[in-house]
Design a protein around this ligand. Structure first.
Ligand code: SAH
Ligand code: SF4
Ligand code: F3S
Length: 484
């Protein structure tokens, strides 16, 4: 079967998942004006685009997948690496061609690059009419009318409260089975390499009742999996007191909801609703979370636990708040509480400031010790305004960064092959997400550990759970057949 369905190798997978772009599908409810959004970067941005589509839908906009038909073109952008921003600038050049043919078309930049560059973006990219940061989306209707009146419009105000809790997202690019649910915004961590605290602002948690209500609604609409999103889900914390001071007088008892409690509340929505989450932070993930995962079958056994580097010295410079030993002790707890089959995945940065060959070897040996199922791997890209840009010199040459990146990618390929090999000859419970991208005769879904499983479709359809006997594997996919 592997010959019939060419597989993604780890390089393709790293590229595909880290350079993914999503565009709006066609949605026509008779509205006249059309919105086209391209989303770059992380799941948080994809989820935000669904909030933007919802806000503009109430203002009389439908979505279109055809940029030429659009009255408004939004790019929801990412600043995490220099390349991410360059991609957006190239896209703006391309969109310029459309705008020349249709001068009334409004071009807006949303998201992290909008927040980072603010009005500078209007000066640098003449084609841009509107700039809105991640906390300014409720203001979009007003900003659009400003542009309609012939002005340029900017709102990059960062909020301490905004969570868009009451906005029901319009699901874009949805397979109707899996959905993202944002549980918090911002980040208070200040990892020295990272631009996110500057582009997304202070950390704040969303009301758990609105999260559970959204999960219930999704389940009723036929969805069978939710992924709870936050930059550091383990620091989720909500209480009436902290989050809603105005209502305090009316409520006597205040209960603090932490991430473990929230996870349980969502897991209890329905046993057939799978729950995933991302991203866990090695310094904050608690045994309570791991025990909650063990207690509920429908909480998927996969933890994305980005290590960034295997060297304690580099981790210190990165301001990650943990050492190599601490990280390994967390992995030990995961293995003790959730067993060998629990997926553990990671992000890694090659060539951070001052990284020596020894430090790099420690990253490789860390990968070996943990046995990650897969990882997203990058070479360090200095971001203006970050602690590292201010305090350290970006002193590793591009050539060395790339060579080290190649080495960790190669190491991950070997480990993935071993980890996926352990799944062969075992039965996996798979939630079907749709037909395989490679062939209509096959379906694809994921097992609890988030690994893609491909199998002949028989009479099954998406949204159903099946048990699949896995017969073979590559480094990124499992292949098998249904046994029930
Ligand atoms: N909140 C998540 C990470 C979000 S950013 C966490 O703490 O793990 C996703 C990944 O991009 C990071 O884990 C890191 O590996 C990578 N990254 C962030 N800034 C980077 C930079 N300046 N250069 C290269 N990679 C970077
Ligand atoms: Fe960036 Fe660190 Fe926050 Fe992740 S935890 S978003 S890497 S500052
Ligand atoms: Fe990129 Fe912003 Fe996400 S910088 S990774 S889109 S939070």
């Amino acid at each position: 079967m592997q010959n019939l369905i060419p597989d993604l190798d780890i390089l393709d997978r790293n590229k595909e998942l880290t350079e993914e772009v999503k565009t709006t599908p066609d949605y026509n409810s008779g509205n006249k004006r059309k919105l086209y959004i391209e989303s770059y970067g992380c799941a948080m941005n994809f989820s935000d685009s669904e909030i933007v589509a919802s806000i503009l839908h109430s203002e009389g906009f439908d979505t279109t997948s055809d940029i030429a038909q659009a009255d408004i073109v939004f790019l929801n952008t990412c600043s995490i690496r220099e390349k991410a921003e360059q991609t957006v600038r190239n896209r703006l050049n391309h969109i310029n061609g459309h705008k020349k043919r249709k001068p009334e078309m409004i071009v807006g930049v949303l998201g992290c690059m909008a927040e980072r560059l603010k009005t500078k973006l209007l000066e640098e990219e003449k084609i841009v009419d509107l700039v809105a940061g991640p906390d300014a989306y409720r203001d979009l209707p007003q900003l659009i009318s400003q542009v309609d009146d012939g002005a340029k419009a900017v709102n990059t105000f960062l909020s301490r409260e905004e969570t868009y809790a009451d906005i029901s997202p319009v699901r874009l690019n949805s397979n109707g089975v899996t959905a993202f649910v944002s549980i918090m915004r911002g980040c208070d961590n200040m990892c020295s390499f990272c631009v996110v605290p500057f582009t997304r602002g202070r950390e704040r948690s969303r009301d758990p009742h609105s999260i559970v209500a959204e999960a219930k609604d999704l389940f009723e609409k036929g969805y069978r999996e939710v992924t709870l999103l936050g930059q550091n889900v383990d620091s989720y914390k909500w209480s009436e007191e902290e989050n809603n001071k105005a209502r305090l007088e009316k409520k006597e008892v205040t209960q603090i909801v932490n991430f473990a409690r929230l996870l349980e509340m969502v897991a209890l929505v329905h046993p057939d609703l799978r729950v995933r989450f991302s991203t866990s932070h090695p310094k904050d993930i608690t045994d309570e979370v791991l025990h909650t995962m063990a207690k509920h079958e429908n909480i998927c056994k996969n933890i994305h636990l980005p290590v960034q580097s295997g060297s304690s010295r580099v981790l210190e410079l990165m301001n990650r708040g943990y050492s190599r030993e601490w990280y390994l002790s967390r992995v030990k707890s995961i293995r003790n509480i959730l067993g060998e089959d629990c997926g553990i995945t990671s992000d890694m940065i090659a060539g951070f400031c001052t990284e020596t060959e020894e430090d790099h070897k420690e990253t490789v040996s860390m990968m070996h010790e943990v046995q990650y199922d897969y990882s997203f791997m990058f070479f360090y890209s200095e971001r203006p305004g970050t602690l590292a840009a201010k305090k350290y010199t970006d002193d590793i040459s591009l050539e060395v960064k790339k060579r080290r990146l190649d080495e960790i990618i190669k190491k991950q390929s070997e480990i993935s092959l071993i980890r996926y090999g352990k799944d062969v000859n075992k039965i996996h419970k798979v939630l079907i997400e749709g037909t395989s991208r490679r062939s209509d005769e096959f379906l694809q879904g994921r097992n609890s550990a988030n690994k893609v499983v491909i199998f002949p479709k028989e009479n099954k359809i998406k949204g159903e759970y099946v048990h699949v006997m896995v017969e073979s594997r590559s480094q990124g996919t499992l292949f098998g057949k249904i046994v029930d």
